[in-house]
Design a protein around this ligand. Structure first.
Ligand code: FNR
Length: 408
């Protein structure tokens, strides 16, 4: 209500409240390649449209006169209580949106008390990001490399940095077909952007050094390997300064070789489970069958997500997938893909999500106004969610159930 009152009384926010204007303002501010990478999605963008269509097809059914003056949005996730059921989705290569990248998002997360998911494709080492997030410990998102030692090292670093959960993304074993990036001849990773988790990792440094001669056109020079090794040795977790200098070519090529593993199966999830005592969530589930498989193989939670429409073109709208998954597993279900406002979040909660992840909108806030922009975008969403609860006749998240929505 503070945000609404300030708005009515004439306070102008640092970033547009309206999500369409927010995206448009960010587009004007961001370099062309950065916009293409962040806003872009797969193929002909049918999945991105389906995400919105599903959110629009589900309608809220408000109830009246239910004493909603006091509302409580707080939620418990894996033993932690958070003020609202909203998390910051893992987003790679944030340095394309703002030079302070992950560190600005981490400081925003600390102010909001809502966790960010640190991306494997992050622009700062997890150690630095977690330190900037302070008491609001982040979660770590893992891209499952084909190098088991690298996976183990990243999991260890996430644990040592105080991350509270491990979220393994299973929908990006191959990178989606992204015409916007292809047309600009731009894959950020290939330019050495968004690989700070790797260049700050001692196992990765060893992999670069051992890379067979035959597999590289530009064989790492001893100087490049030496620089990388000393970077990892002397700055466990790297430093902010590292981010500004492009990664050595050998590091980029090694990264491209090891980044993912399309050979994985559900049985491998058990191995990952054995590496950590943190809660493990599987991100990228779209069916009840896969949600059940995740649970059977030891996952402590699933994230229903289609990566914001960036992987499979022509797929199901993610909220329809959530309706299918809801009730099929006992572990908590989180949701993302397409959420732009509080009413969208309400619908996902009504369909069984314990919490939602916000993706592109906070990146737009970051591009426009750094840390403050991220704080405001998330505050606007939470304020609208709070108001929607009240207007729909709900006092707590326990009141937000399937009866509160209908598909039209
Ligand atoms: C992503 N996403 C993502 N997911 C992940 O698990 N690891 C990552 O590194 C990234 N990187 C990334 C970069 C960019 C620019 C975008 C837009 C998205 C997917 C992200 O976590 C989330 O699933 C979607 O962004 C949610 O959809 P919306 O809210 O953007 O529509």
């Amino acid at each position: 209500s503070r945000i609404y009152r300030e708005g009515v009384l004439g306070r102008r926010p640092a970033v547009p409240v309206d999500p369409v204007r927010l995206a448009a303002a960010a587009r004007r501010r961001m370099p062309r390649r950065a916009w293409a990478y962040v806003a872009g999605s797969a193929g002909q963008q049918a999945t991105e449209r389906a995400n919105r269509a599903a959110l629009d097809a589900w309608r809220i059914v408000p109830r009246m006169l239910r004493a909603v003056e006091e509302r409580d949005l707080s939620v418990e996730l894996f033993g932690q209580r958070y003020p609202a059921p909203v998390l910051l989705a893992p987003i790679g290569v944030l340095e394309m949106a703002h030079p302070e990248a992950d560190l600005a998002v981490a400081r925003a997360s600390a102010r909001l008390g809502l966790p960010m998911l640190v991306s494997t494709q992050g622009s700062a080492p997890v150690e630095a990001t977690a330190a900037a997030a302070g008491a609001t410990a982040p979660w770590f998102q893992l891209y499952w490399s084909r190098e088991p030692d690298l996976v183990a090292s990243m999991v260890r670093r996430a644990e040592a940095s105080g991350c509270r959960a491990l979220v393994v993304t299973v929908d990006t074993h191959l990178l989606g077909w992204r015409p916007q990036d292809l047309d600009l001849g731009h894959l950020p990773f290939a330019r050495g952007l968004g690989i700070a988790q790797y260049t700050s990792d001692p196992v990765f440094a060893r992999l670069v050094a051992e890379r067979p001669r035959s597999r590289t056109s530009a064989r790492p020079t001893p100087a490049a390997v030496g620089a990388l090794l000393s970077m990892a040795r002397h700055h466990p977790g790297g430093t902010w300064a590292n981010l500004r200098s492009p990664a050595p070519r050998a590091a980029v090529e090694t990264f491209l070789d090891v980044f993912s593993n399309p050979a994985l199966t559900w049985d491998d999830l058990g191995r990952l489970r054995g590496l950590t005592s943190l809660p493990v969530l599987v991100k990228g589930v779209q069916t009840r069958e896969d949600a059940r498989l995740a649970e059977e193989h030891g996952a402590d939670g699933v994230v229903v997500s289609n990566h914001g429409g960036r992987q499979v073109d022509g797929a199901l709208g993610s909220l329809d997938a959530l309706a299918d998954v809801a009730g099929s597993v006992d572990v908590p279900v989180l949701f993302d893909s397409g959420i732009r406002g509080g009413a969208d979040a309400f619908k996902a909660l009504a369909l069984g999500a314990r919490a939602v992840l916000l993706g592109r909108p906070y990146v737009y806030g970051l591009a426009l106004a750094g840390e403050e922009g991220v704080v405001q975008v998330v505050e606007h969403l939470v304020a609208e969610l709070d108001l929607t609860l009240g207007l729909a006749g709900c006092r707590t998240l326990a009141d937000v159930g399937p009866a509160a929505v209908r598909r039209c």
